[in-house]
Ligand binder design. Structure first.
Ligand SMILES: Nc1ncnc2c1ncn2[C@@H]1O[C@H](COP(=O)(O)OP(=O)(O)OP(=O)(O)O)[C@@H](O)[C@H]1O
Ligand SMILES: [Mg+2]
Length: 577
């Protein structure tokens, strides 16, 4: 896990090395100051030697400036390296997610992907910066200050040993409990994130159902849980300060007591005692820093684990070794295909599908909700891979094609489709970035979108909001069809893509397809018989199995399910076109 994270910091190796070195120099400069102070008192004030005061005073000033300079530089490089790590982590994760198959995406939920890319990366960034700085500063201050005190007076310095043992025990136990509490707090943070994400992205549904009050109550409950968890965690760490103060004061009293005795006995100078006092603060303070540092590191371990889970996830669908780069034609053939969403469960949602579709054929697919219509067609452009059997496009197993070539040849309008923020033209060009204006207009015309686009003030430059919220459902569907057509595919799959389009426009789209795009193999999924009535063949799916195949007339004679659907849709004089 650490290896995965550290790989991303390679680019900032120099800064990552400079930060602790500069920090070390800062600590050394800083720790010279108490020594100088002692010397000023002993060699200067106590011996009434102004020259010595001046000499050690200037040295002290130099040390202070050096500490400032090194400290500043170390902070700069530390921030630079940590921010760089965050940048690289985010781009690696983003790239990785782009390579995810639908199956990988099913595994991590969207909100969790977002939390991992935002909060977890920020946590890692902070803890990395802290490791480079505090992780170096605290132990070094501790060691150097302890060394200094021992070199001043061994006997007096032994007081620290008791203090250190006491502090270590109390800090360790505090750390243990704080870790548990913080871990819980961070889990609550996850809940909060997904709660915000879910609500905000579905705010329209919330409003439509007048659920604002309930949602707010639910949200307050989540924030309250987070609040409780943090209060609990902080309640443990607040003990840190009083324990520190208690130990420091006890040390100072002991030092004063024994030190004063030593001064009277002439085994210690006043200046040395003064330096001892300052080092006391340094030593105990660095111990406290170490404890905090450990809490932070332990907490960020959880974040790092979640990040490396994404980076180390193997995409379930990848390009083959020697990919085929040409799709000969738009024929499709399913051979004994079975499919399950979860590996090795034998919970097949598609069972034993055998099907041959000729290039240029128009195929209608109908069946109840959950009958696996979407699942069936998603296997063709390899959005999912078959569990058993195989699918061929243009006579070649889809798994042997270059993915981009295959998905360009098999253009699919997903059932849950969306538009991106940008102009209408940007959105259409998304299908094919090299498309000319004429091609864009042609595709829009075939999808019956040109007229309504032109009715907008800005035409093809009309701005689309994120998710396509400022166009109607039917308009959005026609734009997504035009986008799919721009790829100039050999196979076009429309998954319930005209459900929000009125029947007359729907008929125009089909007419355009038939007359203008006769070579493209078309698979049209619909709940409406009118949308598939003139298809060359219609497939009736039932519970993941093919229940019947034939023309409208044939199915009307032989297929029970089809007859039922027909009767419910056409009873009451609603004649078809
Ligand atoms: N991503 C998924 N993970 C797990 N199960 C899924 C997933 N998508 C669909 N399923 C399940 O697979 C079955 C077939 O779903 P599918 O979406 O193919 O049906 P459909 O015929 O397209 O339905 P609809 O007409 O409502 O679009 C359903 O039982 C569904 O619960
Ligand atoms: Mg579906």
């Amino acid at each position: 896990m650490l290896k995965t994270i550290l790989k991303e910091v390679k680019e900032f190796k120099l800064a990552s090395i400079l930060t602790p070195i500069l920090m070390l120099l800062e600590v050394i400069s800083e720790l010279m100051i108490p020594l100088m102070m002692g010397l000023i008192i002993d060699k200067g004030i106590n011996s009434s030697n102004l020259n010595a005061v001046f000499k050690y005073g200037s040295l002290m000033l130099i040390c202070a400036f050096a500490a400032l300079l090194f400290g500043g530089l170390s902070a700069h490089y530390g921030a630079y390296a940590a921010a760089g790590l965050a940048k690289n982590l985010r781009s690696t994760m983003f790239k990785k997610i782009q390579g995810f198959s639908f199956k990988n995406i099913d595994k991590f939920e969207t909100s969790s992907l977002i939390t991992r890319m935002m909060t977890d990366v920020t946590n890692t960034q902070h803890s990395y910066q802290m490791s480079l700085r505090m992780g170096v500063r605290a132990p070094f201050t501790f060691i150097i200050a302890l060394f200094m005190t021992f070199s001043i007076n061994k006997k007096l310095a032994s007081i620290f040993l008791y203090a250190i043992i006491f502090l270590a025990i109390s800090l360790l136990s505090m750390m243990y409990f704080a870790r548990i509490a913080f871990k819980e707090a961070f889990e609550r943070y996850d809940d909060l994130n997904s709660s915000i994400q879910e609500n905000v992205s579905n705010i329209r549904v919330v409003k439509a159902y007048v659920k604002e009050k309930d949602e707010t109550a639910r949200f307050i409950k989540t924030t309250k849980k987070l609040y409780d968890a943090f209060v609990k965690a902080e309640n443990i760490t607040v003990l840190n300060s009083p324990i520190m103060m208690l130990t420091t004061n006890a040390c100072i009293i002991a030092l004063s007591w024994f030190g004063a005795n030593m001064i009277v006995n002439k085994t210690l100078t006043t200046g040395e005692l003064m330096s001892m006092f300052t080092y006391t603060m340094n030593i105990l303070h660095s111990l406290m820093m170490v404890s905090f540092f450990f809490i932070m590191i332990i907490m960020s371990f959880a974040s790092m684990k979640r990040i490396s889970e994404i980076i180390n996830e193997t995409p379930s669908i990848t390009n083959p070794k020697n990919p085929i780069t040409e799709v000969k034609d738009g024929s499709i053939s399913f051979k004994d295909v079975c499919f399950e969403y979860y590996d090795n469960t034998e919970d097949y949602v598609l069972y034993n599908i055998n099907l041959d579709i000729k290039s240029g054929e128009t195929i209608g697919i109908i069946g109840g909700t959950g009958s696996s219509k979407s699942t069936l067609v998603q296997l063709i452009p390899r959005l999912y891979d078959v569990s058993l059997g195989s699918i061929e496009v243009g006579g070649v197993d889809v798994r042997n094609y270059d993915l981009k070539i295959l998905r360009d040849a098999v253009s699919m309008v997903l059932q849950k489709n969306t538009l991106f923020s940008g102009t209408i033209k940007d959105n259409l060009k998304w299908g094919n970035k090299n498309a000319s204006d004429e091609e864009i207009i042609e595709a829009a015309k075939h999808a019956q979108a040109h007229d309504f686009i032109m009715s907008f003030k800005d035409g093809y430059d009309t701005h689309i909001e994120q998710g396509g919220t400022n166009v109607s459902g039917g308009q959005k569907q026609r734009l997504t069809i035009a986008r799919a057509l721009l790829k100039k595919p050999k196979i076009l799959i429309l998954d319930d893509s005209t459900s929000a389009v009125d029947t007359a426009t729907d008929a125009h789209i089909r007419k355009a397809f038939r007359e203008e795009l006769p070579d493209i193999t078309k698979l049209i999924i619909s709940q409406r018989i009118s949308s598939i009535i003139d298809a060359d063949r219609i497939i009736v799916l039932d519970d993941g199995k093919i229940n019947g195949i034939g023309t409208h007339e044939e199915l009307l004679e032989t297929n029970n399910i089809y007859q039922e659907v027909y009767e419910t849709q056409y009873k009451g004089g609603d004649s078809h076109e």
